[in-house]
Design a protein around this ligand. Structure first.
Ligand code: ATP
Ligand code: MG
Ligand code: MG
Ligand code: MG
Length: 479
C-alpha cells in the first residue's frame, strides 16, 4: 500500500463510521499564546474539550500536520538519530465529542489495523492505564475488558501515568489512554525476547503507533479530579510509523514518504544511504528538516529572528550544518529537495504545491546567507574549543558565535557535544540579556515575520531587502 493509499484508507474508514473529514489545521499557530506549533491532532479542537464551544459535528477524522520541536513535546534531539521521531509528522486522528466512547474507539482501531490494513495481529501489543494512587484512580478496567475480548491477555500491558494518562495542562480535561504498539522484529528476535517487555522502552523496532485517549475527567484547580458530564475520544496515530509497519520496513525513512527525498539527497551528495552511520544520520536529518521548514513556510511562517520564525530558522540551519559537516555540502542544497517533497505530498497538502516557488526561494536564500558565515564560524568554534581547558565552553564566546555568525545556541551545543564538550549556558544567557537591554534603548526595526501567503490572490516574490546585518525581510506585493 502506498502512503497516499494508507492516508486515504484511514479517512475513508472513519467516513464509513459517520465521521466528518476536516482539513488539517495550520502547523503554525498564531492565536494561542500557550502554543507555537500544532503538536497533536487535538489542538484545533481544544475549545470543544474545554467546553468553551461546541463542535458542529459529533465525530471528526483528519490528518494533522504536527511539529514537535518546542515546549512539552520536543523530539528534536532524537530526530535523525532514531528512525521514528520526526520534527514534522502527520497525525491521523478520529474524535468523538460527547458521542461514542471506549467501546467503539477500541474496536474500530483494531478493525482498521487488522482488517483494512491487515497488520499481523501477533505483532501488536496494547497498553492500558494501570491507575494512580495520587489520583485515587484504579486500573482502567473498562478498556482492559474491551481489549481482553480482542487480544490475548499477555498482549495487554499496564502503563503508568507517564505513558497512559493524558492531560491538557495543570487543569482541564484529561483521562486515561490506551496505546497500540507494533513489534517489527524478526521471528528469531521475537523468540529471544518477548515483545511485551520492549513496549515503551525506546526499542527502534517495537514502536508506539496509535494513542487512544479517553477524556472523562476534569482536573480542578486544587488538583482533584471530577468526572466530565460528556465524555470524549481523541486519538492520534503516527502516519509515517503506520506506513513503516504496513510497508514491511524497519525505519520510517525506508517508506515511500521519505525514500524519494533521500534518493534526491543521494543524487546531490553522491553518497549512498545506508553505507555510513554518521552520514546516514545527516541524511535523515536533512530529509526530515526540509519537511518542517517547507510546511512552515507554506503555512506563512518564514524563518526569522524571533518566535516561531526563529524555531524554523534553527531547524533549517541545523540541516545546513549537518549537510556541511557530514555530507560535504558547501553550497545551498536544501531548496533542491522542495520539488520532490511537493511531488510526494502536494496532493494531500495543496498549500505546499501552491507555495512551491516561495518555499524554494526562501530556503535557498536562507541557506545562502547562513553558509556565508558557517565556515568561518566553525573555524572560530574550533579555536574556542582549543582554548577551552575544562571541557566547558565560555557562554560569552558562544554568544559571539550566535551574534556574529548566526549560530543558534542549540547548534553550538550540538557541535560541542559531538566533540565531548559542554556549554556554559548561564554565561550565554547573561550575554544575551546584556545585549537585549542594550538594543532596547536603540531604535527597533518594526518587523512582522508572519506573511499571509494566499489571502485572496496570488503574491509575487520580490526579493530580499537587507536591513541590518542579520535581519532580512521579505517584501511582497499583491498582483
Ligand atoms: P513516543 O512515545 O514514541 O515519543 P508519544 O507518546 O510522545 O510517542 P503521542 O503524543 O501519544 O506520542 O502521539 C500520538 C502518536 O503520534 C504516537 O503514537 C506516534 O505514533 C506519533 N508520534 C509522536 N511523536 C512523533 C514524532 N516525533 N514523529 C513521528 N510520529 C510521532
Ligand atoms: Mg514522545
Ligand atoms: Mg509514548
Ligand atoms: Mg503516546
Amino acid at each position: 500500500m502506498t502512503s497516499s493509499e494508507i492516508r486515504e484508507n484511514f479517512l475513508a474508514f472513519f467516513k464509513g463510521k459517520d465521521h466528518t473529514i476536516v482539513p488539517s489545521a495550520p502547523m503554525v499557530i498564531k492565536d494561542d499564546p500557550t502554543l507555537m506549533f500544532t503538536n497533536a491532532g487535538m489542538n484545533q479542537f481544544k475549545e470543544y474539550f474545554l467546553g468553551n464551544s461546541k463542535s458542529k459535528y459529533p465525530r471528526i477524522a483528519d490528518t494533522q500536520k504536527c511539529l514537535r520541536v518546542s515546549g512539552k513535546h520536543n523530539d528534536l534531539e532524537e530526530v535523525g538519530k532514531d528512525t521514528y521521531h520526526h520534527t514534522m509528522f502527520e497525525m491521523l486522528g478520529n474524535w468523538s465529542f460527547g458521542d461514542y466512547f471506549k467501546k467503539e474507539a477500541i474496536s474500530w482501531a483494531w478493525e482498521l489495523l487488522t482488517e483494512v490494513y491487515k497488520l499481523d495481529k501477533d505483532s501488536l501489543y496494547v497498553s492500558v492505564f494501570e491507575g494512580s494512587e495520587d489520583d485515587e484512580l484504579e486500573l482502567d478496567k473498562e478498556a482492559y475488558d474491551l481489549w481482553k475480548a480482542i487480544v490475548p491477555e499477555d498482549r495487554i500491558i499496564l502503563g503508568s501515568k507517564k505513558d497512559n494518562f493524558w492531560e491538557m495542562g495543570d487543569q482541564g480535561p484529561c483521562g486515561p489512554c490506551s496505546e497500540i504498539h507494533v513489534d517489527l522484529r524478526s521471528a528469531k528476535e521475537k523468540s529471544k525476547i518477548p515483545g511485551a517487555s520492549l513496549v515503551n522502552q525506546d526499542h527502534p523496532e517495537v514502536v508506539e503507533i496509535w494513542n487512544l485517549v479517553f477524556i472523562q475527567y476534569n482536573r480542578k484547580a486544587d488538583g482533584s479530579l471530577e468526572s466530565l458530564p460528556e465524555k470524549h475520544v481523541d486519538t492520534g496515530m503516527g502516519f509515517e510509523r503506520l506506513c513503516m509497519a504496513l510497508q514491511g520496513v524497519k525505519s520510517n525513512y525506508d517508506t515511500d514518504v521519505f525514500r524519494p527525498i533521500l534518493k534526491e539527497v543521494e543524487t546531490i551528495t553522491g553518497e549512498t544511504y545506508g553505507s555510513d552511520p554518521k552520514k546516514d544520520i545527516a541524511m535523515r536529518v536533512v530529509a526530515d528538516h526540509i519537511r518542517a521548514v517547507a510546511f512552515s513556510i507554506a503555512d506563512g511562517q518564514l524563518p526569522s529572528n524571533g518566535g516561531a520564525g526563529y524555531v524554523i530558522r534553527r531547524i533549517l540551519r541545523r540541516a545546513v550544518r549537518y549537510g556541511f559537516t557530514f555530507l560535504g555540502l558547501h553550497e545551498p542544497f536544501l531548496y533542491k529537495l522542495v520539488k520532490v517533497l511537493v511531488t510526494q505530498m502536494g496532493s494531500a497538502f495543496p498549500e505546499l504545491k501552491k507555495q512551491t516557488a516561495l518555499i524554494e526561494n526562501v530556503v535557498r536564500e536562507e541557506e545562502h546567507s547562513f553558509l556565508k558565515t558557517l565556515e568561518q564560524g566553525l573555524i572560530l568554534l574550533d579555536e574556542v574549543i582549543a582554548q577551552t581547558k575544562d571541557k566547558e565552553v565560555d557562554g560569552q564566546k558562544a554568544f559571539e558565535l550566535y551574534d556574529t555568525f548566526g549560530f543558534p545556541i542549540d547548534l553550538t551545543s550540538l557541535i560541542l557535544s559531538e566533540k565531548g564538550y559542554t556549554l556554559d549556558e548561564a554565561g550565554f544567557e547573561k550575554a544575551m540579556q546584556e545585549q537585549k537591554s542594550r538594543s532596547r534603548s536603540a531604535s527597533e526595526v518594526a518587523k512582522d515575520d508572519w506573511q499571509v501567503v494566499h489571502p485572496n490572490g496570488e503574491q509575487e516574490f520580490l526579493g530580499y531587502d537587507q536591513l541590518k546585518a542579520e535581519v532580512r525581510l521579505l517584501k511582497y506585493r499583491k498582483i
